[in-house]
Design a protein around this ligand. Structure first.
Ligand code: HMG
Length: 390
């Protein structure tokens, strides 16, 4: 029985900062951010947008054409949780009018949480093949004004319906996985910004890729030549290019030429270049980018996935694109969303970055911004009040 991704939705904030504008403000050569990191824009979440609203908008797209009563579980992956107790997915469950007979839970392991959710969803569907599971991965990446991580900030959400007889991608069972307790990136509960040892994190990302690919190869009997496209976790797009070159060198003794690099990962990078890091969502935003942007039909092609979450857990697995995947893919809405956003000035970005919500339970009405179909409208008595926008 084939199990995998039946649909995909991707959403990011309607506001962005041009990376050249950021470079100017920080007195850095723009080529460092554009070429060295490979980024063009950074999505900035206004106060009325958070991982719940981002995720609800992505889920609305993914659920198009799927009867709500088919959804037996909603797995919400985030490392930007809005509550220490309640799963953010429960707000999404209400906003999207999902059935009450539906499990909802939140999962966290840095950027890897989404892949854990996908694999758990596959297992749930294997037990009850008539059911479908909604996976929502949603995050806002924050490192701090003027920090080395600042140009890699961003936000976004991806939602995927996992089912038997999937229309987009059948997930293959073979995988390599590696867990190791390390301190490369973390965010203590009392902090709004991540703490990161950037260079160490990039080294670990690559080491764990090589290790998990070897495991995958042993388990599946497949090598690099059996995989046509690669979706990497995307903290910034150059990270994927460097990691892919390292994988080629380790497997084949030489780095890939620029044409091979373009064919194997080029189309997966477009959305990330415009949003920045969306943590748990980033790898699957890469898949949406590949499916939407590839000029070549992808039917029957194998896609390798490398998911890395600091701390750390890494996993390599693969899937095969299904016949007719372009039908109902919904690419036009995503391309339109990305081309119609609002550019921020550096002052506008910093004001959104510094906006703080009260922590004493007092009432706050959140200002109106350009958002998708849902917004955080107010905070009252420590409760977050979400509403649909028409
Ligand atoms: P940095 O140290 O300021 O930058 O910050 P750098 O000096 O390493 O330069 C970056 C690149 O730009 C280099 O390229 C430079 O040569 C180049 P490389 O040599 O590495 O190929 N460069 C230029 N290129 C053209 N023209 C120029 C120029 N100047 C320099 N004029 C760093 C970089 C990534 C460390 C920082 O942004 C950071 O700390 N980011 C956050 C951590 C991160 O993204 N880590 C990635 C792996 S870990 C991960 O992905 C997990 C994560 O998503 C969290 C989670 O799991 O939840 C982060």
């Amino acid at each position: 029985m084939k199990i995998g991704l039946d649909s995909i939705g991707f959403y990011t904030s309607r506001y962005y900062l041009d990376i050249e504008e950021l470079a100017r403000a920080r007195c850095v050569d723009a080529a460092k951010y554009k070429v060295g990191l490979g980024q063009n824009r950074m999505s900035v979440a206004p106060p009325s947008e958070d991982p719940v609203t981002l995720g609800a908008n992505a889920a609305l797209q993914a659920l198009e054409g799927t009867p709500r009563e088919d959804i037996a579980a909603l797995l919400f992956a985030t490392e930007t949780s809005v509550d220490q107790s309640k799963a953010g997915g429960i707000y999404i469950h209400r906003l999207l009018d999902l059935p009450s007979r539906c499990r909802v839970v939140e999962l966290k392991q840095a950027c890897y949480g989404s892949t854990a959710a996908v694999q758990f969803a596959v297992a749930l569907v294997a037990r009850e093949p008539s059911s479908k599971v909604l996976v929502v991965a949603s995050d806002i990446s924050r490192y701090g004004l003027g920090s080395p991580g600042e140009p890699t900030q961003g936000c976004g959400a991806v939602a995927m319906v996992v089912s038997a007889k999937p229309r987009l991608l059948a997930i293959e069972p073979e995988h390599g996985v590696h867990t190791e307790e390390v301190m490369d990136f973390w965010r203590p509960n009392y902090r709004q910004e991540a703490v990161v040892d950037g260079k160490y994190s990039a080294r670990l990302y690559t080491q764990v890729l090589l290790e998990t690919f070897e495991q995958y190869k042993r388990e599946s009997g497949r090598g690099l030549g059996d995989i046509q496209h690669f979706c990497y976790h995307l903290p910034f797009s150059r990270m994927a290019e460097k990691a892919h070159a390292a994988l080629h060198k380790a497997q084949l003794g030489a780095a890939p030429g620029s044409k091979t690099l373009q064919v194997q990962i080029g189309d997966t990078l477009h959305y990330n270049r415009q949003t920045g890091n969306s943590y748990s969502a980033a790898i699957y935003a890469g898949l949406a980018s590949l499916l939407d942007r590839s000029e070549q039909p992808l039917e029957g092609r194998r896609v390798g996935f490398y998911s890395y979450g600091s701390g750390c857990v890494g996993e390599f697995f693969s899937g095969v694109v299904q016949p007719g995947y372009r039908r109902d893919l919904g690419s036009a809405a995503r391309l339109e969303m990305l081309s119609s956003r609002n550019a921020l000035s550096i002052e506008g970005y910093e004001a959104m970055f510094n906006y703080a919500i009260p922590t004493d339970g007092s009432f706050l009405e959140i200002p109106i911004h350009d958002v998708g179909r849902f917004r955080l409208a107010a905070i009252r008595d420590h409760k977050r009040i979400y509403e649909a926008v028409n």
